[in-house]
Design a protein around this ligand. Structure first.
Ligand code: ZN
Length: 265
């Protein structure tokens, strides 16, 4: 693991806030680091769930399709285990709230998250693409409609889509499963317009999500990183803000709010 450095200085936060206010279309990409700060264990790395229990099969989607009834039975059985437990009790942390505040100010236009934990929604974020799905949702793999888990009856497995009778699956994207086209389209549209991207709590190495951030930089946009550690993208970042996102993001949002007030007055 890369060495941690002292937390971001006020000057670095100010530079990032200025860049965000100067941008015409700022977006954000968030990942597991933000979830960890809400008590959700990561998948990879020390203490990670996959490190402990083994990686899920790389052909999880094909396994689902080959026996959806069994896949649903497994899913229902797993709902009380160590993976689902923390998701049920997790609450948005100050980092999630700060990103929602930046959106409410009109300076953050869109957010792409790799997290499935629903915490950006719970923080009130509206312009959002959950590129790996949302653990609380169920999705029809025929028509793409999404439903809240509690709205789908599970007496008969696998459940059928209330709209088209298609096969329903948890919204969380399995290995081997294509990213749902509607989500991918949103990511493409918003990242194509972006001239600044805040990458928070992710080393931006998992594609396709990482590609959206890197593409903004390659087109000449500004790349701001907020991460506890140096990451693979630190060397191409314009501004790196070291520290927990739950501390850095609120400082950033507060500074943006102050600057914005000063500029408007
Ligand atoms: Zn359907």
């Amino acid at each position: 693991m890369a060495a941690s450095a002292p937390n971001a200085t006020d000057a670095e936060i100010l530079a990032a806030a200025r860049a965000i206010l100067d941008a015409s279309y700022a977006i954000a990409l968030t990942g597991a680091g933000m979830s960890v700060e809400s008590g959700i264990p990561p998948f990879r790395g020390p203490g990670g769930l996959w490190t402990k229990y083994g990686e899920p099969p790389m052909n999880g989607y094909q396994i689902f399709l080959s026996d959806p009834k069994k896949a649903w039975e497994d899913r229902i059985r797993r709902q009380n285990d160590e993976l689902w437990g923390p998701l049920k009790v997790a609450k948005p942390n100050p980092g999630h709230m700060a990103l929602a505040a930046l959106e409410a100010m009109g300076v953050l236009r869109f957010l792409i998250t790799q997290n499935v934990d629903d915490l950006h929604r719970q923080a009130g974020h509206a312009g959002l693409a959950e590129i790996h799905g949302n653990w609380k949702m169920i999705r029809c793999i025929e028509c793409g409609a999404r439903f809240r888990g509690e709205d789908i009856r599970l007496e008969v497995l696998p459940p059928q889509c209330p709209k088209c009778d298609g096969l329903l699956k948890g919204d969380t994207v399995a290995f081997g499963e294509p990213i749902p086209p509607d989500v991918l389209q949103h990511c493409v549209e918003h990242s194509a317009r972006a001239d600044l991207v805040i990458v928070a709590g992710t080393s931006a190495t998992v594609y396709p999500a990482a590609g959206f951030a890197i593409e903004v930089k390659q087109r000449g946009g500004v790349l701001i990183e907020s991460n506890l550690y140096e990451s693979e993208i630190t060397r191409i970042c314009d501004i790196s803000l070291r520290g927990p996102t739950g501390e850095v993001m609120p400082r950033l949002a507060a500074t943006v709010a102050d600057l914005r007030k000063a500029r408007l007055s």
